[in-house]
Ligand binder design. Structure first.
Ligand SMILES: Nc1ncnc2c1ncn2[C@@H]1O[C@H](COP(=O)(O)OP(=O)(O)OP(=O)(O)O)[C@@H](O)[C@H]1O
Length: 219
């Protein structure tokens, strides 16, 4: 692991309990300041790889190091999980509170902020994402694109040091996508981005890799 590596993955293997093997010796590093595109066909295992990096599924073998900490046990993953923000592919996996404000406040509260500070952070984040006035909206009634942005707000409100974004532009119209591109380009965090949207990646990614047949190659 070099000093610039925020995430290092070595020879990672992952098989679902059904017996379906999706990662077959993945090697990957995410370095400071880069926005790395993770390409691959439907079902290649991209989301599964992000879930492995968050310790959400048990890997078979291989090494994961995040922010210079080796992650193998649940306790080791728990220690870094708050410093890594995962935008799930499906916004409904991210949003579980009745209102938008509660959803965006949830992370900061969980990280120990006071209610007043969590509210301020959440309102600022909603404003940054062009969601002024959304705070009292009922989350489950939002449109798909609105949910995508609120889900991103819940992730960014925690000020993670690394972002793992699973198809962030899904459901966004052209104007909102353009705003998202500007936002992502302005953020200092390194990010690993899964997307099938080549135009989006052309403007955001600084490097690309491809997951195919369970291994990573340069794209
Ligand atoms: N719980 C599960 N049990 C067994 N197989 C699964 C499970 N979840 C996903 N899979 C399969 O594992 C493979 C990898 O899924 P994954 O969601 O990681 O792919 P992906 O590269 O993110 O695909 P996409 O681009 O379509 O989102 C797929 O073939 C999927 O059907």
């Amino acid at each position: 692991m070099s000093g610039d590596d925020l995430i290092t993955v070595k020879n990672l293997h992952f098989t679902f309990s059904s017996g379906r093997k999706v990662l077959n010796g993945v090697n990957l590093s995410l370095r400071t300041g880069e926005r790395l595109a993770l390409l691959g066909t439907n079902g290649a295992g991209k989301s599964s790889l992000l879930h492995c990096l968050m310790g959400l599924v048990p890997v078979e073998n291989g090494e994961i190091a995040i922010l210079e900490s080796r992650c193998e046990t649940e306790a080791e993953f728990r220690a870094v999980r708050g410093r890594v923000g995962l935008l799930f592919q499906d916004s409904d996996d991210q949003l579980f509170c009745p209102t938008v404000l509660e959803d965006v406040m949830f992370g900061p509260l969980n990280l120990g902020q006071s209610r007043e500070d969590a509210r301020k952070i959440a309102l600022q984040m909603l404003s940054d994402l062009g969601l002024d006035g959304f705070e009292n909206r009922i989350t489950y009634q939002l449109s798909g694109g609105e949910k995508r942005l609120v889900a991103l707000a819940t992730v960014l409100a925690m000020s993670p040091e690394i972002l793992l974004l699973d198809e962030p532009t899904n459901g966004l119209d052209a104007d909102v996508e353009k705003r998202l591109i500007e936002i992502l380009r302005s953020l200092p965090q390194a990010m690993l981005i899964i997307s099938h949207d080549r135009l989006f990646l052309d403007q955001v990614a600084t490097r690309s890799v491809r997951l195919q047949d369970g291994v990573i190659s340069q794209a």
